[in-house]
Design a protein around this ligand. Structure first.
Ligand code: KG4
Ligand code: ZN
Length: 435
């Protein structure tokens, strides 16, 4: 088995409905300037950091939009079709050949078994035929590491729409938040809020690869709730971006600017936001905040979805149709409730466990309202602290919030540094894999 000191990883991810491959290399950062984070200057020593050379995602969104959700059989067939072209594109885009690769990384779970199998067996075949070590990665760990993506000068995510075979470049959405990326050794512990279509969890990351699960969803995941609400309101699939757009439209039309208080004025970050007059929802509909005060770090979103259904039934009694404005108000109220629960529980965990930073990751981390509200609460928390104790909020780049293989490669990179690598015949797939 080859085991070169040069780290060049081909990473593969097929846990749900995106066929993804990426090339990650290890870069020595001794030559970099010291990095000034929000609160302190960090001395850069001789540290290896991961660098994303390519990140290719073949999205099945168009396929699943027809059925309003992922059909597992359809997803695995589409993975079979896209897997090899996506790997070739990841190699081409990174300017490298298969023979340059020194490690294979792959998602081993959790996910849809039929989808996972396609990437997993492709990765095993590559590791066997090229005689390379392989690193099985937990999908949630991958999401967490998407925020630890280092400096990615050449990073680009290409999204291939399977339906029309058109390739387009996914540009990061503009946001008033600064995306912070580690390009040094992160300070632990870090609290990670991972919110996606299949998972919602709060995890204390104590060190590389050392996790304590603080809480998870008891029923629906946050993204799943967004998708189900979108379906109830006939807003299409995937639901998250559509619900978020409708909620923003409601706030735009029905908002009052946030009033300044003296504390906010002295915080430069909040001043910036205030210039943009953060919109407050003024909806009459208010949905419950499930298990907000149960003393745990768990989440529950199915009751919230039922509350939306009850509201829709009320508004559509006597054969009435929902107006656009009613849909927008429901979206705003639903987004407010979800964001409130997620950020309140996260900040309670911050107060209790005193992490050095907070990571927001997963598909729902693309939600602007959630990013802004968590950022605001972290700022508020920091106001009470000495400079040296202040914590940072780390977000993945927008094109790494959804499923992608770069995050799998980055997580694998840290496994490699710890010598945690396997042979192709030592790894197992587990659709319910726990962190
Ligand atoms: O991480 P991801 O791509 O796949 C899973 O691992 O599940 O997350 C997909 C989820 C979907 O439920 C989608 O509706 C949600 O992320 N999502 C959003 C937004 N963008 C994607 N939810 C809320 N707001 C968004 N802007
Ligand atoms: Zn995911």
């Amino acid at each position: 088995m080859k085991n070169k000191s040069d780290i060049r990883i081909l990473a593969i991810e097929t846990s749900c409905d995106e066929t993804a491959a990426a090339v990650i290399c290890g870069t020595n950062n001794t030559n970099r300037k010291s990095q000034i984070t929000n609160h302190k200057q960090i001395q850069i020593s001789n540290i290896q950091v991961p660098n994303v050379l390519s990140n290719i995602v073949a999205s099945q969104v168009d396929l699943h939009a027809k059925t309003g959700g992922v059909v597992p059989e359809v997803a695995s067939r589409a993975h079979m079709e896209a897997m090899i072209p996506v790997i070739n594109e990841a190699l081409d885009s990174a300017d490298c050949k298969l023979s340059d690769i020194t490690y294979i990384a792959v998602t081993a779970g959790p996910g849809l078994i039929g989808s996972l199998l396609v990437g997993f067996n492709t990765a095993k075949a590559l590791a066997y035929s090229l005689d390379l070590p392989i690193i099985p990665v937990n999908h949630i760990e991958g999401h967490i590491y998407s925020a630890l993506s280092g400096e990615n000068p050449k990073s680009e995510t290409l999204i291939r729409q399977l339906a029309d075979k058109q390739i387009r470049n996914s540009k990061s959405q503009k946001s008033n938040l600064t995306i912070k990326q580690f390009n040094n050794e992160p300070e632990f512990p870090i609290l990670a809020l991972t919110v996606s279509g299949g998972h919602s969890s709060l995890t204390l990351v104590k060190d590389h690869g050392v996790y304590e699960n603080l809480g998870s969803t008891l029923d629906d995941a946050a993204g799943e709730a967004f998708d189900k609400v979108a379906k109830l309101l006939d807003l299409g699939y995937p639901g998250g971006p559509a619900v978020s757009r409708h909620a923003a439209a409601w706030r735009e039309k029905n908002s009052k600017p946030e009033t300044l208080n003296s504390k906010q004025i002295i915080n430069p970050k909040l001043e910036i936001r205030n210039n943009r007059a953060m919109k407050q929802s003024s909806n009459e509909i208010v949905f419950p905040r499930p298990i907000l005060n149960d003393g745990t770090y768990n989440f529950s979103f199915s009751g919230l979805k039922t509350a939306v259904l009850t509201e829709v039934k009320k508004l559509t009694a006597n054969n009435l149709q929902l107006t656009v404005s009613q849909k927008e108000e429901i979206c705003a109220a639903f987004e407010d409730a979800t964001v409130d629960v997620l950020t309140t529980k996260t900040m309670r965990a911050v107060s209790r466990f005193k992490p050095r930073g907070v990571i927001l990751a997963g598909g729902v981390a693309a939600n602007k309202r959630l990013k802004e509200e968590l950022n605001r609460k972290v700022d508020e928390y920091n106001e009470k602290l000495n400079k040296k104790d202040k914590i940072d909020l780390y977000l993945p780049p927008h094109d790494m919030t959804g499923d992608n293989a770069a995050m799998i490669g980055i997580a694998a990179f840290y496994h490699i540094l710890k010598g945690d690598v396997k042979r192709w015949d030592e790894i197992k797939i587990d659709s319910n894999l726990k962190l």
